[in-house]
Design a binder for this molecule. Structure first.
Ligand code: PMP
Length: 406
């Protein structure tokens, strides 16, 4: 990766920009990633030469758009190693994916008095939809705690799982700490208790290989925009058997087989879950993003990002008053930290003035912040287009900010 970095950076036009008079250092990749020219061009090409509705027209343009669109489903299947592309359902993103799953599971699978298990490190989008379901049907939300390193307390699982537990929904990687959870172990536990497993892979898919058959999960969700694709496109992988059993989510065109005023029958997978005209342009561009990532190689991306993380962690730890939140050994390239006596927002504002984009705040994980008794963190999150020089610039800027704020 290192030897190709200059070329790689040229593929991302936004990285050539100056922000507040300084070259942009983009360290907010956990919020969203930048897009290579291939992805930007795919959107423009689609509207210039391919635009038509999918799955319904017999004319050539519609067939062309359908082919490109469905090719991406196959690319996603290969990317996560699903058995069949009928197991790949397109959504707007991870948030919609988890909402969809929670709503369809609440129609008969989860009943009053049943329990849903999540973890203490979840993003709000893997907490709130379940709370809404609990309120609606009288189910109970339970929480697997974490330790001070930001790791799951696996020894608590046995006491938390009961014969009422129906679903265990957990992050593959924590967005606020970078912790990589032992998902195979967690899925094995769910299987042994007959519990449905749902994995929030929003922070994993762009950093580490995902093989859903090897993991053995029932559902795996992620977002296109966090993996160098456009916003507005996401994925649910679901086991065919389960998707077939579950009821549809939205009603409308595309998801039906036959409609009469008396009764409607539903389409086959995956269309049963994709009512209405889908996000065709962004799906096709998402395919271009997956091609780009595949070309670089996810293993190589993981190795390079790990080097960036190790380098930055070493430098950060030398700073006075530094507390890193999330200190497990098994992490993606996320560095969340607080500095004694300084509010994270103040650091973020000063870094921004120096052209450095980091995220500050609660990272949509308020319960996690409460656990650590902090108002929020500064989060620097790296991607394969970031460099060691950028980390040096960031550390210098951080030291400057600390001097100004103390
Ligand atoms: N889960 C995690 C762990 C995330 O980091 C995010 C995005 N920050 C989401 C879910 C929600 O993803 P999206 O906003 O793309 O729907």
């Amino acid at each position: 990766m290192k030897d190709r970095i200059l070329q790689i950076r040229k593929d991302f036009p936004i990285l050539q920009q100056h922000v507040n008079g300084n070259p942009l250092v983009y360290f907010d990749n956990a919020a969203t990633t930048q897009k290579p020219l291939e992805v930007i061009d795919a959107i423009s090409n689609y509207y210039t030469t391919q635009n038509a509705n999918v799955h319904r027209g017999n004319h050539s343009l519609s067939q062309l758009a359908t082919t490109y669109y469905e090719n991406v489903r196959e690319k996603v299947r290969v990317f996560v190693n699903a058995k069949s592309s009928t197991e790949i359902v397109f959504t707007r993103g991870t948030t919609e994916a988890i909402n969809l799953l929670s709503k369809i599971l609440a129609k008969g699978t989860i009943k009053k008095g049943d329990e849903i298990l999540v973890t203490e490190m979840e993003h709000h989008s893997n907490i709130v939809p379940w709370q809404m379901v609990c309120e609606e049907i009288g189910a109970i939300l339970k929480v697997l705690p974490i330790n001070t390193k930001g790791e799951l307390e696996l020894n608590k699982l046995d006491e938390l799982i009961t014969n009422k537990t129906r679903v265990f929904s957990f992050a593959h990687v924590s967005n606020a700490m970078g912790t990589i959870n032992p998902i195979k172990e967690l899925v094995a536990t769910t299987k042994s208790h007959g519990i449905i497993s749902i994995i929030d892979g929003a922070q994993a898919a762009s950093h580490i290989p995902v093989d859903v058959q090897d993991i053995g999960c029932d559902f795996y969700c992620f977002s296109g925009h966090k993996i160098y694709g456009p916003t507005g496109i996401g994925v649910i992988y679901g086991k065919e058997e389960l998707l077939n059993q579950l009821p549809p989510y939205h009603g409308g065109g595309e998801m039906i087989d036959k409609v009469t005023f008396e009764k409607t029958t539903y389409n086959v997978l995956p269309f049963k879950f994709e009512a209405g005209t889908p996000n065709i342009a962004d799906t096709i561009a998402f395919g271009a993003a997956l091609d780009y990532v595949n070309e670089l190689g996810i293993e190589k991306i993981a190795a390079y990002e790990h080097e960036l993380l190790t380098y930055a962690t070493g430098k950060l730890m030398q700073l006075e008053g530094m507390q890193i939140i999330g200190t497990t050994n098994n992490k993606t390239s996320v560095l969340s930290f607080v500095i004694a006596g300084i509010h994270p927002t103040d650091i973020g504002i000063l870094l921004d003035k120096m052209g450095i984009a980091v995220r500050t705040g609660q990272h949509c994980a308020q319960p996690l912040m409460d656990k650590f008794k902090i108002p929020g963190t500064v989060r620097a999150s790296f991607a394969f287009y970031n460099t060691f020089e950028e980390i040096d610039i960031f550390i210098d800027a951080l030291q400057k900010s600390m001097r100004m704020l103390k």
